[in-house]
Design a binder for this molecule. Structure first.
Ligand code: CO
Length: 207
């Protein structure tokens, strides 16, 4: 018996329960997906997009990486954004970070983590941009949480300045980009109130 048998058994039970409750659920979903949201979040196992927002399969398109970073040379992330915006025509892109993020913490440390340091250098840039602000925090935990917030805000700007989102806004697409942060300790999401709905908002934020 496979060591993962329990997961497959759980999946069978779940599929049966869904089928019993909504007999057409899977057959309808198999024909198309029409999510309204693109979620860009951290890979952290404690921050699963669907569960914490109560969304069902088919309702949110998801991209996750360590520390929810959006880099303009990352073809993986950019392809997800392009597909979500141009093909699925999502109405909202949500960048959701979380407090106590291990990736953000590692970026603040002065030690060698191997290959991942190449990825974390993007967060070190965020730290550098906001250093005076972050260093005003009195405890290590506060400094980390402050950088987690700044990182979300910076990634929102990166999403907004991508060619895909700029192009969508130039074509008057109804598309908003939001920055959220999740607290693992109480399960609650906080809106960082940096939402942008179009080129006007983007230009104001860059002034
Ligand atoms: Co994280």
């Amino acid at each position: 018996m496979s060591e993962l048998e329990h997961l497959l058994a759980c999946n069978k039970r779940w599929a049966k329960d869904v089928q019993n409750e909504k007999p057409h659920f899977f057959s309808d979903l198999s024909k198309q997906q029409a999510p309204e949201y693109l979620w860009i979040g951290c890979s952290d196992s404690r921050v699963p997009a669907n569960q914490i927002t109560g969304l069902l399969p088919g309702e949110v398109f998801v991209h996750r990486n360590i520390a929810n970073v959006v880099v303009h040379s990352d073809l993986n992330c950019l392809s997800v954004v392009q597909f979500a915006v141009e093909v699925l025509k999502v109405k909202h892109i949500i960048v959701c970070g979380h407090y106590g993020c291990g990736g953000v913490k590692a970026a603040m440390e002065d030690k060698d983590h191997g290959l991942i340091d190449n990825w974390l250098c993007h967060i070190r840039d965020v730290y550098r941009f906001h250093r005076s602000d972050i260093d005003r925090c009195t405890s290590e935990d506060d400094r980390l949480d402050h950088l987690c917030e700044k990182n979300v805000m910076e990634q929102v700007l990166n999403v907004c300045s991508s060619t895909v989102v700029q192009g969508a806004w130039k074509n008057n697409a109804k598309l908003s980009v939001h920055g959220w942060i999740y607290a693992v300790k109480d399960g609650l999401i906080r809106d960082l109130e940096v939402s942008m709905k179009g080129l006007d908002d983007f230009e104001k934020a860059n002034r």
